[in-house]
Design a protein around this ligand. Structure first.
Ligand code: SME
Length: 158
């Protein structure tokens, strides 16, 4: 079902990225578009590495419940793990993962996908769902392509 929506979102994202005025505008476009199309993406946002401190992730544009986790050290949380391991992390049940930093009590599962530019991790896309085990290999492929579009934009513009 959502598999049919992924290519459409990616096409819109690529088109916007071609002329996006700024990284922030591209990030805002993505966090607006994705949850509007994918009902089980209940929190969609960016954490980017602080340019002044490579050990800390800073909350960027997001949609969903406000979070107290505005800055996350890279050795904390599922967000930190995705950067530290430099790979996508999927957690089917956040309540049984000791790394999990709670944002909303309703969250049941999470996926975090690193973003790369110039061969290095620069941040990540974080999605929370109120459904258990919401994220499949198809979501991973989709979000890794979203991350690639954002990373390519950064490479073109910085
Ligand atoms: N759950 C994340 C923290 C960020 S909030 O979900 C928005 C984590 O465990 O790193």
């Amino acid at each position: 079902m959502s598999e049919n929506v992924f290519p459409l979102i990616l096409a819109e994202l690529k088109a916007f990225a071609a002329t996006a005025p700024s990284l922030n505008a591209l990030q805002e476009f993505l966090v607006e578009l994705i949850p509007a199309r994918l009902f089980y993406y209940n929190w969609t946002g960016f954490y980017m590495l602080d340019p002044e401190d490579a050990e800390t992730l800073v909350l960027g544009p997001y949609r969903g419940a406000p979070t107290e986790h505005v800055r996350i050290p890279v050795h904390q949380g599922i967000c930190g793990a995705a950067v530290a391991q430099d790979q996508t992390v999927i957690v089917d049940d956040v309540n049984s993962d000791p790394r999990y930093l709670a944002c909303s009590l309703e969250t049941r599962s999470e996926i975090v996908v690193p973003i790369h530019a110039h061969g290095k991790v620069i941040g990540e896309i974080d999605i929370d769902s109120h459904n258990l085990a919401a994220f499949t290999a198809a979501d991973r492929d989709f979000l890794e392509q979203c991350a690639k579009i954002v990373g390519s934009y950064v490479e073109r513009t910085k």
